[in-house]
Design a protein around this ligand. Structure first.
Ligand SMILES: [Zn+2]
Length: 225
């Protein structure tokens, strides 16, 4: 008969940490579904404290954000749902900045993709509530609407994503009348081949120094382009 002695070394599992941005763009450390904000940083160490007021839990990382140690215990339960919501919000914001599709559509797509828990859905801000900050982020990278007819058109508005021409005419008709024509060559081919075209002028969406936005639509595959 042989006796086997097993020594079991119990080691406190160190949490995996990651980082996200707060609504205000400040970095937050995430460990085991708890969030920490940066309280103090020295040349070697960053001191993170729990985002819940009065909670004593802390995390120390080195200056490159590697975990050094955790200190103290949380006086509350983890905020899993808040984190889910924060991640969705951040994704929507990044897409709103990097893409030009309407924000309500980004919102719907990202909410569907995130497969949030019912609690998270309950605390998810509505599209309207979320919109103001996200709109601001998008506006910050969209050029301001010029106040006179004389302005340069950035490449992101004059070329397609494939770098083909989109601004096909940019002409002063008289000294004070400028006409801008936007289309891809593919769209022109479609237009010229169409049996029916629709034309419509609108004043309401037009910047004040232009008279009118005029759109021409052609039908293809029974859908208006
Ligand atoms: Zn805490």
């Amino acid at each position: 008969e042989a006796f086997v002695t097993l020594t079991v070394e119990i080691q406190a599992k160190s949490p995996a940490i990651s980082f996200i941005n707060s609504n205000k763009g400040k970095p937050l450390l995430v460990a085991d579904e708890y969030t920490f904000k940066l309280n103090k940083a020295t040349t070697t160490t960053k001191y993170w404290i729990c985002t819940i007021n009065g909670c004593a839990a802390k995390v120390h990382t080195d200056s490159t954000n590697l975990l050094m140690k955790t200190v103290g215990n949380h006086s509350h339960l983890p905020e899993k749902e808040k984190l889910e919501v924060r991640e969705v919000r951040e994704k929507i914001k990044q897409r709103a900045i990097n893409e030009t599709i309407p924000i309500p559509r980004i919102y719907d797509e990202e909410c569907a993709k995130a497969m949030l828990s019912t609690t998270a859905i309950a605390i998810l801000p509505s599209e309207r509530e979320m919109n103001s900050g996200i709109n601001k982020a998008r506006r910050a990278i969209t050029p301001i609407i010029p106040t006179t007819q004389v302005f340069d058109i950035p490449e992101s508005f004059s070329k397609t994503l494939n770098k083909n021409d989109f601004l096909i005419t940019d002409k002063m008709i008289t000294r004070r009348q400028r006409i801008l024509l936007f289309s891809t060559s593919e769209q022109l081919k479609m237009l010229f081949a169409a049996e029916t075209v629709f034309m419509d002028g609108t004043f309401s969406t037009c910047p004040s120094m232009f008279d009118q936005v005029y759109t021409i639509h052609a039908i293809k595959y029974d859908q208006c382009e």
